[in-house]
Design a protein around this ligand. Structure first.
Ligand SMILES: Cc1cc2nc3c(=O)[nH]c(=O)nc-3n(C[C@H](O)[C@H](O)[C@H](O)COP(=O)(O)OP(=O)(O)OC[C@H]3O[C@@H](n4cnc5c(N)ncnc54)[C@H](O)[C@@H]3O)c2cc1C
Length: 597
């Protein structure tokens, strides 16, 4: 057996994992394990920006950012954690700048900022420029910058190793078991600390902006260990995915002045959010698109609307809304300017749709985008196992797979990249400290054996079910039943379907029996993770009898603070049934009130 010993093991090399690695490796012997080559992590796909109230373009304050985040979360975020994140934001963005991140600049050389959904001037209620960006490749630049820093610092990487199990002994974390993709061999990593920074699980749905690798491995492993997951019912649908494909068109397009248009040529967000219009929070805009489609105002009767960022349209609405440029005159954009600010988006449209967004509007529909829920943690990234915040010593989670919760029932754009670097840094610092102060726990009796047994089962199953067919049926069921609008009946149908698919999954057949780069085997294993998360998500969603943020039920259309201002913790029992407990929401300054945009 391949055996390794590191004080700190970080699973995942996206923004959260790399930031944690930078800090953890300064104070402890650290290894990063990643199923992807690090710079292929989904963080690299992030486009629009990272939020920080630098106030470089106009007045702004971390406290405004905190309030917007809490309001955007539909009051489910834990406000102490939100205040910590938004107050750390300006410093951490400047830290990234000093690492060499090539942000766009203002004419006087400061970091440039743009508008984004739900970020406002708290006095006027109008959109504020808070999103720091490097064109529309902000995540790519963050990932490259952090990776370069890790290499410079000599961090140890195990690239293309897939973690399949977490080892626990004496109530503490003892390590992980990983599969080496190139050879098919198992490796046991003995550790004092383990951080899960494994990203999200948008691949549970059919129309998604998420990478193929977004299969929720870390969260599924945690659930199977009998530990809880928090607030899974809140999954964000981003309003603007390319029609039918789901590929993301950043909110930065609307930040730069793009507008949503229905079949009647109407800018319909004026009706739904009179103050911020197209820059309302994502849950609000996604619902508005569905309502327009339902009312027969989709383009040519089809289930999509237009996102119009042609310079003449942008300038028309800037003038109408009274948006002023730095010279105090109505702001105007040119195709040249937009090409500089949104190069990749314009390129995607040409490549995938064959259209030039400077000349034609872009067909869009909501796309499954971001997990607000996940592995529950304290605001210091320690994983909790019970509603009273009891922690599992040595276990940490950060990034999209974690639920702190700073995003509550709906995340604001730009707040995920911020979450990665803030909580990645805290995780790294905490783990170095934990490694210093704590002894090793011995490995449990069984380490790699259960993983080998599961792989053998997948490889040698006599059944003939096709894992890709099961995945496709799950994605269809989840899109129909647990999407933007939900009802008891639709969710129950989805749950019945998932349970049927879980039965069929027991009889799947993996065609490739080889050892080297057996993608067939790994994807089959990942389908198991997706099914577990889909089931837990649907059970959590059926249980929450109210509408809040991204969880919108036709049969319970109102937010119900009296009964539901609380976080869900879902546990899977050994017999496969679920148990739900609740954790109170931390409120510091902002009592829940009605959200008006
Ligand atoms: C298209 C798109 C655009 C976005 N734009 C923005 C934006 O502009 N602003 C913003 O704030 N947010 C944005 N987001 C959200 C944000 O980018 C993600 O939430 C965030 O990057 C996730 O980072 P992470 O570090 O948690 O995970 P990732 O960057 O996804 O990294 C996950 C890592 O875990 C590893 N991993 C996973 N499973 C295993 C396993 N079993 N074993 C070993 N390793 C494993 C992977 O190899 C990878 O290295 C966007 C998301 C998408 C999809």
């Amino acid at each position: 057996m391949n055996y390794h010993k590191y004080e700190t093991v970080i699973v995942g090399a996206g923004g959260a994992g790399l930031m944690a690695a930078l800090y953890a490796s300064r104070g402890s012997d650290t290894a990063v394990i990643s199923k992807l080559y690090p710079v292929r992590s989904h963080t690299g796909a992030a486009q629009g920006g990272i939020g920080a109230a630098l106030g470089n373009m106009e007045e702004d304050h971390p406290e405004w950012h905190a309030y917007d985040t809490v309001k955007g979360s539909d009051y489910l975020a834990d406000q102490d954690a939100v205040e910590m994140m938004t107050s750390m934001a300006p410093g951490i963005v400047i830290e990234l700048e000093h690492m060499g991140l090539p942000f766009d600049r203002t004419p006087d050389g400061k970091i440039a900022q743009r508008r984004f959904g739900g970020h406002t001037n708290n006095i006027t209620g109008k959109p504020v420029m808070r999103a720091c960006h490097a064109a529309d490749r902000t995540g790519h630049m963050i990932l490259q910058t952090l990776y370069q820093q890790c290499i410079k610092q000599g961090v140890t990487f195990f690239d293309e190793y897939q973690v399949m199990d977490l080892l626990i002994n004496e109530g503490r974390v003892a390590g992980v078991v990983a599969y080496e993709i190139a050879t098919g061999e198992l490796h046991v990593f003995h550790a004092k600390n383990v951080l899960f920074a494994t990203g999200g699980w948008g691949r549970v749905w059919k129309i998604t902006s998420n990478a193929i690798s977004y299969t929720g491995d870390g969260a599924a492993i945690v659930l199977r260990k009998g530990l809880p997951l928090e607030d899974l019912e809140f999954f964000q649908f981003h309003p603007t995915g390319i029609y039918k494909m789901g590929i993301l068109i950043t909110e930065g397009v609307r930040g730069e002045g793009g507008v949503l248009i229905n079949n009647e040529g109407e800018r319909f967000m004026e009706k739904y959010a009179p103050t911020v219009k197209d820059l309302a929070s994502r849950d609000v805009v996604s619902r508005a698109i569905y309502l327009e489609i339902k009312a027969g105002r989709g383009i040519n009767g089809q289930p999509y609307v237009y996102l119009d960022v042609r310079p003449e349209t942008v300038n028309k609405y800037f003038e109408k809304d009274g948006v002023l440029g730095p010279d105090g005159k109505p702001k105007r954009v040119t195709a040249e300017y937009l090409l500089k600010k949104l190069p990749d988006i314009i390129d995607f449209c040409k490549t995938y749709l064959g259209i030039d967004p400077m000349k034609e509007p872009i067909p869009v529909q909501p796309t499954a985008h971001y997990a607000m829920g996940g592995i529950p943690t304290t605001k210091f990234t320690e994983v909790i196992v019970a509603p009273d915040n009891t922690i599992m010593p040595g276990l940490y989670a950060a990034g999209e797979t974690a639920c702190v919760s700073v995003h509550g029932a709906n995340r604001l754009g730009t707040n995920s990249l911020l979450d990665l670097v803030v909580f990645g840094k805290i995780a790294g610092q905490r783990m170095a400290e934990f490694a210093r102060e704590n002894d090793w726990v011995p490995l449990p009796k069984e380490t790699w054996e259960p993983v080998q047994a599961e792989l053998d089962r997948l490889l040698n199953n006599p059944g003939n079910e096709n894992p890709y067919q099961i995945r496709a049926e799950m994605q269809e069921a989840m899109n129909d039943g647990v999407g933007v609008f939900r009802t008891e009946e639709l969710m129950q149908q989805a749950l019945d379907k998932i349970r049927e698919l879980k039965e069929r999954y027991k009889h799947i057949r993996v065609m490739d029996k080889g050892k080297r780069f057996n993608q067939d085997l790994l994807e089959a294993w990942e389908v198991g993770n997706l099914l577990d998360i889909a089931e837990a998500t649907t059970v959590s969603a059926l249980n929450r009898k109210e509408s809040r943020g991204a969880h919108s039920r036709d049969d319970y259309p109102k937010r119900d603070d009296e009964n539901w201002l609380k976080h869900t913790l879902i546990y899977r029992e050994a017999d496969g049934t679920f148990r739900i407990e609740y954790k109170p929401v931390v409120i510091t300054k902002w009592q829940p009130k009605e959200r008006v945009y």
